[in-house]
Design a protein around this ligand. Structure first.
Ligand code: V1D
Ligand code: CA
Length: 465
């Protein structure tokens, strides 16, 4: 069943797609603390490469509205959101009990602006989903998202709030079936858990398994109840290379898409599966990683691309910039353009992230066993289950007053641009108090729903979380 082919040059799919890219210039200023390996600054480095490669000419650039507390409680509990909203390093001693129950500490420290950071991350994925829903974009990108470990009322693995689950809930307003694919080196446990009993979301995580965080994601973990066979886990060993990854990724995703027929796909692109990552033991080159984006894009299904882990930050920035090119049907040239963080890319100043000569502990027999088991599990899934849908129920408001980011508007000065914007507003300059805060909603994309179908989808959506 498993056939390994040599990894050849990436052939970009040049069919035109409308790409909506979400970036908030404040995101790079949030800091998990000295010695912590999660660095939001990598998102700013990525953005600088994207802008200097002139990808703004090919796609729309948005700054999402930060998610509101109410929106966040579509998945998370009120108590947890209240805590994330209020806790700061200065008042942490008031929350002794909460620190334990909500699992903040070493992996998930309370840092300045934590609540704002989470709301930026979630806002991008929710607005991205809303743009896919209303048909104004075919691909939405949010590298501040992808925080796949966050649970309903618990932080985990550097993740506090689960932008992916919130984005998928938004997609489920109009999409009967959503496929979630996770290429971060860690298991996508938070997303899997949220939809483990649900057949409207199929989750598929590729990850290192065996004495590795978070410890879940065995081959036999396949969902329960209605969700049985709608969770797929691909447990991998150290050192997987481009050829092996492609040879397991493509047949699994092709089989899932063939059977499940998702109408939207969320692709988590954690950069810790790259060769040389500080935490991850895989051996993917930039092209091997980007092949996943290229393959999913070629399916022609509305897709959301989110970030995730990634701890050798110069390689994360390189790869996410390259993948943004792929989303736009372009292969970026190997010579890096001058950009705000040029010195990070010494000594070669090239885009490429290469694989190393490390051993690949994933034998062909091992990969064959996984592929055979996954495909056999898929045979149990009903073909294209759940509701037939025709119309858009009330969804997320979209601000049509788009904020475009130009290279010169990059914020490297520290502090929050949003806070500065507010100051300007307070001084009464450029601010129309009567101005409508939200733009168009409910833009039809061709679906229409009967009253009973609306009730059914409302009920299904209630059962999700
Ligand atoms: F190396 C560190 C330095 C400072 C703080 C934490 C770490 C660290 C490394 N690896 N923490 C970990 C993992 N935690 C543990 C804990 C030990 N405890 C009992 C659990 O092994 C967490 C790794 C998180 C990976 C996050 C992610 O890459 O998947 C991600 N995806 O989206 C955002 C992040
Ligand atoms: Ca994964």
């Amino acid at each position: 069943m498993y056939v390994e082919l040599p990894f050849e040059e990436l052939k970009p799919d040049t069919r035109k797609r409308r790409v909506a890219y979400f970036y908030d210039q404040d995101v790079g200023n949030y800091f998990y603390g000295t010695g912590h390996c999660m660095k939001p600054h990598r998102i700013r480095m990525t953005h600088s490469l994207i802008m200097n490669y002139e990808l703004y000419k090919k796609m729309e650039i948005y700054r999402a509205k930060p998610a509101t507390n109410l929106e966040l409680t579509q998945f998370h509990t009120d108590e947890y959101i209240d805590f994330i909203d209020r806790v700061t390093p200065d008042n942490l001693q008031l929350f002794e009990r909460e620190q334990i129950i909500f699992n903040v500490g070493d992996d998930c420290p309370v840092f300045d602006g934590l609540g704002e950071f989470c709301k930026i991350s979630c806002g991008g994925s929710m607005e991205g989903a809303a743009r896919l829903n209303n048909g104004s974009a075919d691909i939405a990108i949010n590298y501040a998202g992808g925080l796949h470990h966050a649970k309903k009322s618990e932080a985990s693995g550097f993740c506090y709030l689960n932008d992916i689950v919130l984005g998928i809930i938004e997609l489920l307003r109009v999409h009967p079936r959503v496929l979630y694919i996770d290429t971060d080196v860690h298991h996508g446990d938070g997303v899997e858990e949220a939809f483990y009993t649900n057949d409207r979301v199929m989750t598929c995580s590729f990850h290192k398994f065996g004495e590795f965080f978070p410890g879940t994601g065995n081959l036999n973990d396949i969902g329960i109840g209605k969700g049985k066979y709608y969770a797929v886990n691909v447990p991998l060993r150290d050192g997987i290379d481009d050829a092996s990854y492609k040879s397991i990724f493509e047949p699994i995703i092709a089989a899932i898409v063939d059977w499940y027929q998702p109408s939207a796909i969320v692709l988590q692109c954690g950069g810790d599966s790259l060769s040389g990552d500080r935490l991850g033991p895989f051996n993917l080159s930039m092209r091997g990683h980007a092949n996943c984006v290229n393959f999913v894009r070629s399916l022609g299904i509305p897709m959301m691309v989110v970030g995730g882990g990634g701890y050798t930050i110069r390689n994360v920035a390189r790869t996410w910039a390259f993948e943004t090119g792929i989303c736009n049907g372009a292969i970026l040239p190997k010579e890096l353009p001058y950009n705000g963080y040029y010195e990070y890319y010494a000594p070669l100043y090239e885009l490429d992230v290469r694989s190393s000569n490390m051993n690949n502990a994933n034998s062909r027999e091992y990969l064959d066993k996984i592929l055979t088991q996954v495909i056999s599990n898929l045979d149990h899934t009903k073909h294209a289950p759940s509701v037939q849908m025709n119309e858009v129920p009330v969804g997320m408001d979209l601000d049509e007053d788009l904020e475009e980011d130009l290279p010169e508007s990059l914020d490297t000065k520290g502090g929050s641009q949003r806070a500065r914007d507010k100051l300007v507003e307070a001084e009464g300059e450029f601010y129309d108090a009567d101005e409508k805060e939200f733009g168009a909603t409910n833009i039809s994309n061709g679906y229409s729903l009967s009253e009973s179908e609306k009730a059914e989808i409302e009920e299904l959506n209630k059962q999700i979380v």
